[in-house]
Design a protein. Structure first.
Length: 732
């Protein structure tokens, strides 16, 4: 075999009595088919291909010797009566085919030998594979196969021709080597085209990925681009759980299921495969489920895993929806296709034995201990810093960076991406990484799923913006403390065992409207470096039975995977008391409350409930609350601070402005004071003069009108007469 390009077409080659192999049909065969030295591990392949060439030469010579019209330029385009008679007079189709002599066994150290061992190929299978392979390595064989097929348009070997070249009878066991369950076909090593033709007339093709692998190329199959990625050794953490999973891969079918309980199952699966000396192939389940024909990609993925001596990481299974028929078929097809190759699946649901014929080894994955999480962050920041050009050790020396991420729950991929974003932000500011960089990077990892069900708020306030009694501030600080250390207390120390309880933190903010409940939730989110997601009740409550619970379930599921705080404003609308059942409406209302009681128990995130009417909440919710913060009406001192803070420092103030009078006389909540300040600012802007008492008192009168309160002279004093035109109807 040589790599020299052909200089003529099939028609030109059959016009002369010379061999289709060229002007020197009996020239010595080169030791190496391609110029240069053979890549390591494929010498055995070239030796076997030389034997294939010898067989093809012999078949061409025998065909020409028995052909009375070898120079017919239209051969392969028609069948003459004389040719038909010759076919009828030819040997019996069921006569034994002469053997071509024993083939050397593939060298187990070479790629061909390893391929035969991995896919359980018998020696005849290897011969058939090589016969189908040679047109992809030497273009001369396209013309030769066209000649032997007696059809100029068919330049790949047919099943019949392959069997003939390998000395296998077409009517014997040889034909069953092309059945769907045979190693060559089931393993994806051969593709059989033209299924509408009789079996012996169907053409054979070796996929490009198999050819590339035999020639020394280990790149992933192009058909898996965007679906599969590989993981490098740098991603390994050397956790004890990974060694246990690696040991489980060598038992039985190699199927392992990681039950996610808030940990990092994908990173653990990658580490286990690397520990076992396998190449991790991490599949994008979303792309797999969205493919028009997932079964094709499943076969390609299984072949790639077996070729590279790797293992497949598949998850989360919720995306694949294995409880549905199409998801179960895809999962079962992949498990059957890998055939002993390690497959690690992960998800938040327990494995259903009906999904696959084999049951997996189940391993529960819990969140990492704070020490392990800190080590992962430090290493990721170090790698990311080096990749963007930050000084070495910039992250490891600052423990504040680790403390800033204590409340986050991220998997290894999210940690790596967040560390990269934080390092780039630091490089942009020409400074070391700060906790603010890390928090911004973590927020960037939040998916958009929850944002479709709730309103997303990026916190813009802090503790200094709150005016609250000391007791309420203490309760808020306790909420932040619980959220920051929940993994250590609830996970590592197991302070909430049994009963399927989650690791969530639930708080209730109770108080009148405008007392700062929503702002306090925003302050807690800012303290933890998270975002606030306000649940829109219009997207939750549904008049149809059971739909409200489904909407809430979607919110809880999305919130568990987001580093954010879930805020149920006016929570008494959906967390109301259960009542005595008098009709069907009462029954289903109680079912809704019972569902929420159970779901809050197993919630893994951070949630805040706010209510103006605490008495309307079911008492059973109180036991499930971690923090209850009371928000009373502000006293005169707090109202003075609120007036001063709401007016701000930018608006010009008249010397007559008496905020102590406003704070002492007008008993308003913080929300109402803010509304009055905004209204007064508009009035001052219209007058073109500094803000004075006239505008403030007018704004208060408008707020009283909104609240339906009477205007009393004891409250407004001398300012009442100056603004009498603003007095609401019925006021005195």
């Amino acid at each position: 075999m040589t790599a020299a390009p052909s200089t003529g077409t099939m028609e030109q080659s059959t016009r002369t009595p010379e061999s289709p192999l060229g002007d020197a049909p009996h020239a010595p065969l080169p030791a190496t088919p391609l110029p240069g030295a053979c890549p390591a591990g494929i010498e055995d392949l070239w030796e076997r291909l030389v034997r294939v060439e010898q067989r093809v030469r012999a078949a061409v010579a025998a065909r020409r010797a028995a052909d009375p019209t070898p120079d017919d330029p239209y051969r392969g385009q028609y069948l003459t009566p004389e040719a038909a008679e010759r076919i009828l007079a030819s040997r019996d189709a069921f006569a034994p085919v002469p053997a071509y002599g024993p083939e050397p066994a593939p060298d187990a150290a070479g790629r061909l030998g390893r391929l035969a061992e991995t896919f359980s190929l018998a020696p005849p299978d290897v011969d058939l594979l090589l016969v189908a392979l040679v047109p992809d390595l030497d273009s001369r064989f396209e013309r030769l196969y066209g000649y032997l097929n007696d059809d100029l348009t068919r330049r790949r070997p047919t099943i019949g021709l392959a069997l003939e070249l390998c000395g296998l009878p077409a009517a014997g066991p040889g034909r069953f080597r092309f059945s769907p369950s045979a190693p060559l076909v089931a393993g994806g090593l051969l593709e059989i085209a033209e299924p509408e033709r009789p079996l012996l007339s169907r053409t054979l093709r070796v996929p490009d990925r198999i050819t590339a692998h035999l020639l020394g190329d280990d790149a992933i199959d192009g058909r898996l681009t965007g679906l599969v990625r590989t993981a490098a050794r740098a991603e390994a953490d050397e956790r004890p759980e990974a060694r246990r999973i690696a040991s489980a891969l060598d038992t039985g079918s190699g199927l392992v299921h990681l039950l996610d309980r808030g940990g990092d199952p994908r990173g653990l699966a990658v580490e286990a495969l690397l520990t076992a000396g396998r190449r991790p192939l991490v599949a994008d389940v979303t792309a797999l489920a969205a493919a028009p024909d997932p079964s094709v990609l499943v076969r390609v993925l299984a072949t790639e895993a077996r070729l590279s001596g790797g293992g497949v990481v598949l998850g989360p299974l919720e995306v694949l929806a294995p409880e549905r028929p199409e998801g179960a078929r895809t999962l079962a097809g992949l498990c059957a296709a890998v055939d002993g190759t390690p497959l690690i699946a992960y998800g938040k649901k327990n494995w259903d034995p009906l999904w696959t014929a084999e049951s997996p080894v189940a391993v529960t994955v819990t969140p990492p201990a704070p020490r392990d999480a800190a080590r992962r962050w430090r290493r990721a920041l170090g790698e990311a810093g080096r990749s963007v050009g930050l000084p070495a050790g910039h992250a490891e020396a600052d423990d504040r960076l680790v403390e800033a991420t204590a409340s986050y729950r991220l998997d290894s991929d999210q940690v790596r991406r967040a560390a990269t974003v934080a390092s780039r932000l630091a490089l942009l500011g020409r400074r070391p990484v700060t906790p603010e960089d890390l928090r911004a990077a973590v927020r960037a990892q939040n998916g958009a799923g929850l944002e479709r069900l709730a309103r997303r708020i990026e916190p813009a306030v802090g503790w200094d913006d709150l005016v609250l009694p000391p007791a309420t501030r203490t309760q808020l600080a306790e909420l932040a403390l619980r959220a920051r250390h929940r993994e250590q207390v609830l996970g590592q120390w197991r302070m909430r065992p049994g009963g399927g309880r989650g690791r969530g933190v639930i708080a209730l903010f109770a108080g009148e409207s405008g007392t700062g409940k929503t702002m306090s939730a925003e302050v807690i989110a800012a303290e933890l470096g998270m975002e606030l997601y306000v649940v829109d009740l219009s997207t939750v409550v549904d008049k149809y039975i059971g739909e409200t619970e489904k909407n809430l379930e979607r919110i809880f599921v999305e919130a568990a995977d987001v580093n954010g705080i879930l805020l149920f404003d006016e929570a008494d609308a959906i967390f109301g008391k259960r009542s005595q059942v008098k009709d069907a409406h009462d029954k289903h209302a109680n079912v809704e409350s019972a569902y929420l009681l159970q779901r809050m128990e197993s919630f893994d995130g951070i949630a805040v409930l706010t209510t103006n009417l605490r008495a309307n909440l079911d008492e059973a919710f109180t036991r499930r609350l971690d923090v209850i913060a009371e928000f009373p009406m502000p006293d005169a001192r707090q109202r003075l601070a609120l007036w001063d803070r709401c007016l701000g420092a930018e608006i010009p103030r008249d010397a007559s402005l008496d905020l102590e009078f406003c704070a002492g006389r007008f008993e308003l909540a913080g929300g109402s004071i803010r509304a009055c300040a905004v209204t007064a600012a508009y009035l001052a802007a219209e007058s073109g003069a500094p803000l004075g008492m006239d505008q403030v008192v007018s704004a208060v009168l408008q707020e009283y009108r909104k609240l339906g309160r009477l205007v009393l002279e004891s409250e407004f004093g001398p300012w009442l007469g100056r603004t009498r035109g603003q007095v609401p109807s019925g006021g005195t």
